[in-house]
Design a protein around this ligand. Structure first.
Ligand code: GDP
Length: 458
C-alpha cells in the first residue's frame, strides 16, 4: 500500500449480482477524480456540486461509456468519513462494478483497506470506537434484536454511558487534586464518607453495564442450550425435531447418545446453540461415564437447560437426582411422550419452580410450539436490547473490567485509611481504562485490530 496516496476507493455494496452497486471514493482528491471520469447529462461538473447533491451521467474510460450512473457528492466534514466523498451508484454485477472501480483507480487514488472508511470516520471524530465496532456488528447482525442492539451502540448509547462514568471520575479526581495541591488554601476537607458513597454508586453502575455483555453475547452467538434427562426419555428425538433433521442417534437402547452433539437452530427471533448430551444416569461403562460427566459440567455453563422427563412412566430416583442438580432460574421442564398418556403431573409432583413446564410429544412433534414460545420468551428476557448502552465485545469488556477493578482498589484504599494519593492513583487508572474503551486514548495497534474485522468497502 502506498501511504502517500490518501484518497481511497472500494465497492461499498456486497459482491454478487444486484440491481444497484455503489462505488465509494473518499479523500482530498475524490471530487477531482470523479470530475475526470464522469460526464453529466446536464453538463454539471462534480467540482461545482454542493454537498448532498447528485447528478445523472456516464462513467467514461478512454472516451468509452462504461455505464450510466448517479453520482452523489458529500463535502467535508459532512460525510461518513468526514472527508470529501463521492458515491457512484451504477448497475449491479461483478464485471461492471470491477470495471468502474478500475476506472476510478489512478496514481492519486488507491484501493481502500478493510474498514478504512470507518477507520477514517473514527480518526476524524465522526464516531467513537464503540460506535465503529457497532457498524461491523450491524453488517453481520442476524435477527431484529441483534440489529436493535447494534443500532443502540451505533447511536452512541454506550459512548454516552461511559462518558458519564468518566465525568464522575474526573469530578472526584479534580476535587482530590485541588485538596492535595493547595493544602494551605481555605478548601473544605474531603468528606471520606461521601467519597466512598460516590465510588460505591459508580462501581454499582459499572457492574450493571458489565452485565449487558452477556445480553450482547446471547444476541450475537445465541443461547447455549443443553438438553438433559435420563436415558430414553426422548432427548435425541427432541433435538432432531428442533434441528429439523437426524443428527443424534435415536435408539431403543438406553445410553446411545454418548457424547455432546451441537447444532445451531433458530426459533423465531432466537438462535439456540443446542447440545444434546449423554443421558444423565449412574453407569459403569467408562465411555458413557465420560459423557455423563460432560453433561453435568455443561449445565454450569449453559444459558438455558431443557430438562426432559418421560410422562408415560412414573418419575424415578434418577429423575429426582437430576432435578436436584438443575438451576431452576434457567431450566425449562419438558414432560415428553404426551401421546402415550401421562401417568403423573410435574407440578403435583415437585416443588421445583422452573422457568416453564411444557408437555409435548417429541416423536409426533405435538405441542412443540409451546416449547418454542417458552424458549423465545426466556431468551427475550435475557437479551432485550438495553437502551442505555451495552458492552459489545471482548476488547470493551477487558477495558471496563480494568476500570471496575481500579475503582474497587480505590475503595479499598479509602476504607483502609490510606492517603488520598493512593485513591488518586487507582482512579487515574480507572479513567484511563474508560478512555481506552471509547477510543479517546487508544494505541494504533488497538485501532488497527478493531478495523481489521471489517470488510473492504466499509
Ligand atoms: P434419549 O436417550 O433420551 O435421547 O431418547 P431417544 O430420543 O433416543 O428416544 C428413546 C425412545 O423413545 C425412542 O424409541 C423414541 O422413538 C421414543 N420417543 C421419544 N419421544 C417420544 C414421544 O414423544 N412419544 C413416544 N411415544 N415415543 C417417544
Amino acid at each position: 500500500m502506498n501511504e502517500n496516496i490518501n484518497t481511497i476507493t472500494a465497492i461499498a455494496t456486497p459482491h454478487g449480482t444486484g440491481g444497484v452497486a455503489v462505488i465509494r471514493i473518499s479523500g482530498e482528491y475524490a471530487i477531482a477524480r470523479a470530475n475526470e471520469i464522469f460526464v453529466s447529462i446536464q453538463g454539471k461538473s462534480p467540482l461545482d456540486m454542493k454537498g448532498y447533491t447528485c447528478a445523472y451521467g456516464y462513467v467514461m474510460q478512454e472516451n468509452q461509456k462504461l455505464d450510466d450512473c448517479v453520482l452523489t457528492v458529500f463535502r467535508a466534514p459532512y460525510s461518513y468519513t468526514g472527508e470529501d466523498v463521492v458515491e457512484i451508484s451504477c448497475h449491479g454485477g461483478r464485471f461492471l462494478t470491477q470495471k468502474i472501480l478500475r476506472a476510478v483507480l489512478c496514481e492519486k487514488v488507491r484501493l481502500a483497506e478493510a474498514g478504512e472508511f470507518t477507520k477514517r470516520a473514527f480518526l476524524n471524530g465522526k464516531l467513537s470506537l464503540t460506535q465503529a465496532e457497532a457498524v461491523a456488528d450491524l453488517i453481520s447482525a442476524s435477527g431484529e434484536n441483534a440489529v436493535k442492539y447494534a443500532r443502540s451502540l451505533r447511536d452512541g448509547a454506550t459512548f454516552r454511558k461511559i462518558s458519564e462514568f468518566s465525568e464522575i471520575l474526573l469530578r472526584i479526581l479534580s476535587s482530590l487534586a485541588v485538596w492535595a495541591d493547595y493544602p494551605d488554601e481555605d478548601i473544605p476537607d474531603i468528606n471520606a464518607e461521601n467519597l466512598e458513597k460516590d465510588l460505591q454508586e459508580l462501581l454499582c453502575n459499572m457492574q450493571k453495564l458489565m452485565k449487558s455483555y452477556d445480553y450482547g453475547r446471547i444476541l450475537r452467538e445465541g443461547l447455549h442450550t443443553v438438553i438433559v434427562g435420563k436415558p430414553n426419555v426422548g432427548k435425541s428425538t427432541l433435538f432432531n425435531a428442533l434441528s429439523g433433521y437426524e443428527r443424534s442417534i435415536v435408539t431403543e437402547i438406553a445410553g446411545t447418545t454418548r457424547d455432546i452433539v451441537e447444532e445451531q437452530i433458530r426459533l423465531g427471533e432466537v438462535i439456540l446453540r443446542l447440545s444434546d448430551t449423554a443421558g444423565v444416569h449412574g453407569t459403569s461403562d467408562r465411555i458413557e461415564q465420560i459423557g455423563v460427566e460432560k453433561s453435568l459440567a455443561s449445565l454450569a455453563h449453559a444459558d438455558l437447560i431443557l430438562a426432559v422427563f418421560d410422562l408415560s412412566l412414573p418419575l424415578s430416583q434418577e429423575d429426582e437426582a437430576l432435578l436436584e442438580k438443575l438451576p431452576s432460574e434457567k431450566t425449562i421442564i419438558i414432560c415428553n411422550k404426551l401421546d402415550k398418556g401421562a401417568v403423573w403431573n410435574f407440578s403435583d409432583f415437585s416443588t421445583f419452580s422452573p422457568v416453564e413446564i411444557v408437555e409435548i410429544s417429541a416423536k409426533n412433534q405435538n405441542q412443540l410450539q409451546d416449547l418454542e414460545q417458552a424458549v423465545e420468551q426466556f431468551a427475550l428476557r435475557q437479551a432485550s436490547p438495553a437502551e442505555d448502552g451495552m458492552i459489545a465485545n471482548e476488547r470493551q469488556r477487558i477495558c471496563l473490567q480494568q476500570a471496575i477493578q481500579a475503582v474497587q482498589e480505590a475503595l479499598e484504599a479509602l476504607q483502609l485509611g490510606f492517603a488520598y494519593d493512593a485513591v488518586t492513583v487507582s482512579l487515574d487508572g480507572a479513567s484511563d481504562a474508560l478512555l481506552q474503551l471509547t477510543g479517546e486514548r487508544v494505541t494504533d495497534k488497538v485501532v488497527d485490530t478493531v478495523f481489521a474485522r471489517f470488510c473492504v468497502g466499509k
